[in-house]
Ligand binder design. Structure first.
Ligand code: ACO
Length: 226
């Protein structure tokens, strides 16, 4: 999406996310901040935690539960799933039929003109997405992540803050790459794999595998399809 596009949008943080790690919706906060910095109006935040209704998030009103999204359909409102958990974003996107998804790019991120970003994807401050990169739908390119030329990033991926993907890396759908992890050129991270913070990936990581360390080693398998 071109910078400076001024749509209205609704950003949401689900209770499932809170329950899944107690991280308190930090990702939602950064998503709202990014939308505001990009010159957008945040018309509402939807959150399943009743304690948050009536409050505000960086000035944006928390209007009610996620199910209230239907109220905003056909009102020139676009949505972002402001939830760090990949499985939760995937599940909610499948439940929210008819939604027009926004793509958020912070004005101080760099996305080369030949790179493509799928709907619902967010690119936070300081991130760099180089030529010919393909990024799927509902991906998080978190703060200061670097995605080098020709990388291919599947749907539902989360590249945490400071991730460094060298050229032509492939990241399978749903993979999570921890903060500061490095992947050397041409390697593949499998579908729904997890790479720990600070890892250095020098070999392909199979689907549904958790790996960490320097160099990264597979430590265990992850539960498969939901
Ligand atoms: C803006 C943002 O905040 S974006 C979000 C960013 N979040 C992250 O980057 C989190 C990334 N998560 C991690 O790195 C996690 O530690 C995970 C996913 C690797 C955890 O894996 P788990 O298997 O659950 O590890 P667990 O916590 O049980 O620890 C097991 C062992 O691995 C070690 N370990 C855990 N993570 C790492 C890591 N990243 N690198 C090296 N060793 C690690 C632990 O010290 C522990 O060692 P011990 O058995 O000798 O005591």
């Amino acid at each position: 999406m071109p910078r400076g596009t001024p749509p209205c949008r609704s950003l949401r943080v689900a209770r499932e996310y809170e329950a899944s790690g107690g991280r308190g919706g930090g990702h939602g906060k950064v998503a709202v901040a990014t939308a505001l910095e990009a010159g957008m109006e945040v018309v509402a935040v939807l959150d399943d935690a009743p304690t948050k209704w009536g409050s505000s998030l960086l000035g944006a009103p928390v209007l009610g539960p996620v199910s209230a999204f239907e109220r905003f359909l056909q009102k020139d409102v676009r949505f972002v799933l402001a939830i760090g958990e990949n499985r939760v974003r995937q599940k909610l996107a499948s439940l929210m039929a008819g939604v027009d998804w926004a793509t958020l790019v912070h004005p101080r991120a760099y996305v080369h003109a030949t790179a493509s970003l799928g709907e619902g994807t967010v690119v936070f401050a300081g991130a760099i997405v180089q030529p010919m990169v393909q990024v799927g739908r509902h991906v998080i390119v978190n703060t200061s992540a670097v995605v080098e030329h020709d990388c291919r990033i599947g749907d539902w991926v989360h590249l945490a803050s400071g991730t460094r993907l060298a050229g032509s890396v492939e990241v399978g759908e749903g993979a999570f790459v921890g903060a500061g992890a490095v992947v050397i050129p041409g390697k593949r991270l499998g579908r729904w794999s997890i790479v720990g913070a600070g890892a250095v990936v020098v070999r392909d990581i199979p689907d549904f595998s958790l790996a960490y360390g320097v160099p990264a080693e597979v430590r265990r398998k992850i539960q498969g399809e939901p």
